[in-house]
Design a protein around this ligand. Structure first.
Ligand code: SAM
Length: 253
């Protein structure tokens, strides 16, 4: 399987789990996205890697006159369409594809948001260039994603844990890497707000259908973590732990 097929297989068969997941369905970042959409006013918003659509629904609640929920997985988009109808969000439509090649005309959107998706993208620089292309000049770009620590002693265990849990994981980038990636795509003075996202081990692996073999490997990795990594990941009882997420905000050139 290539990366795209791997990711679609991982997510497609677990689409309803992402709708139900409290990690995805809740969060101050969703309220912030709704408020930002209200501030922008009537807008066409794009949700890249929409999954089960939580960011799309936040932007619809914020009054976007149209929200396009975009994802490579047709099964995820079927969940979004079903749930948008159930919630009365008639402004949400769906479109299939990958962030690296957006099927939209230049300057189509006032707001592009992507939440907990970019660490699956095969080519982030290409995807960000596409975001810059489809945004109107001065349009808002919001990236919400797990970020890696700057210290390699902590970064490596994080990527290992993420990859063992989900073989379609590509990379959690550091804030410093995101700054360079956004600026290389022409985005102006990005700002970053970070927080810790608590995760419960059993539901975290169940959500993506991690195999028993991989779960055993994860348990072995957790058991052998350095003190520094254990502190950074805030490893607690039953292997609950926490990862760092960031709200990254910038404007299109
Ligand atoms: C964790 S889920 C997204 C969660 C969702 N955005 C939310 O806020 O609840 C990650 C999503 O990224 C999508 N994805 C993976 N590779 C992608 C790519 N290259 N371009 C766009 N989306 C991608 C997956 O299909 C999956 O639905």
């Amino acid at each position: 399987m290539d990366q795209r097929e791997l990711s679609s297989a991982q997510f497609g068969s677990n689409a309803d789990a992402y709708l139900a997941s409290s990690v995805h369905a809740r969060g101050a970042d969703l309220d912030r996205l709704r408020l930002l959409t209200e501030t922008i006013g009537p807008s066409h918003a794009l949700d890249l890697g929409c999954g089960a659509g939580h960011a799309s629904f936040a932007m619809a609640r914020g009054g976007a006159h149209r929200v396009t929920a975009f994802d490579p997985s047709g099964q995820m988009l079927a969940v979004v369409a079903r749930e948008a109808a159930a919630r009365g969000h008639g402004t949400v439509d769906t479109r299939t594809g990958s962030a690296e090649s957006l099927p939209f005309a230049d300057a189509s959107f006032d707001l592009v948001a992507t939440r907990y998706s970019a660490h699956h993208w095969a080519q982030v620089p290409r995807a960000l260039a596409e975001c810059a292309r489809v945004l109107k000049p001065g349009g808002r770009m919001i990236v919400i994603d797990v970020v890696a620590p700057e210290d390699p002693v902590l970064d490596t265990p994080l990527q290992v844990i993420e990859f063992l849990r989900d073989s379609s994981h590509v990379r959690n980038y550091r804030v410093s890497e995101w700054g360079g990636l956004l600026q290389a795509a022409g985005f102006q003075s990005p700002s970053f707000d970070c927080w810790k996202l608590p995760l419960e081990f059993r539901s975290w692996v169940a959500r993506i259908g991690t195999s028993a073999t991989r779960i055993a490997a994860l348990e072995a990795v957790f058991a052998d973590l350095s003190d520094e990594a254990r502190r950074y990941l805030e490893v607690g009882s039953n292997l609950s732990f926490a990862i760092e997420a960031a709200w990254m905000e910038t404007t299109a050139p």
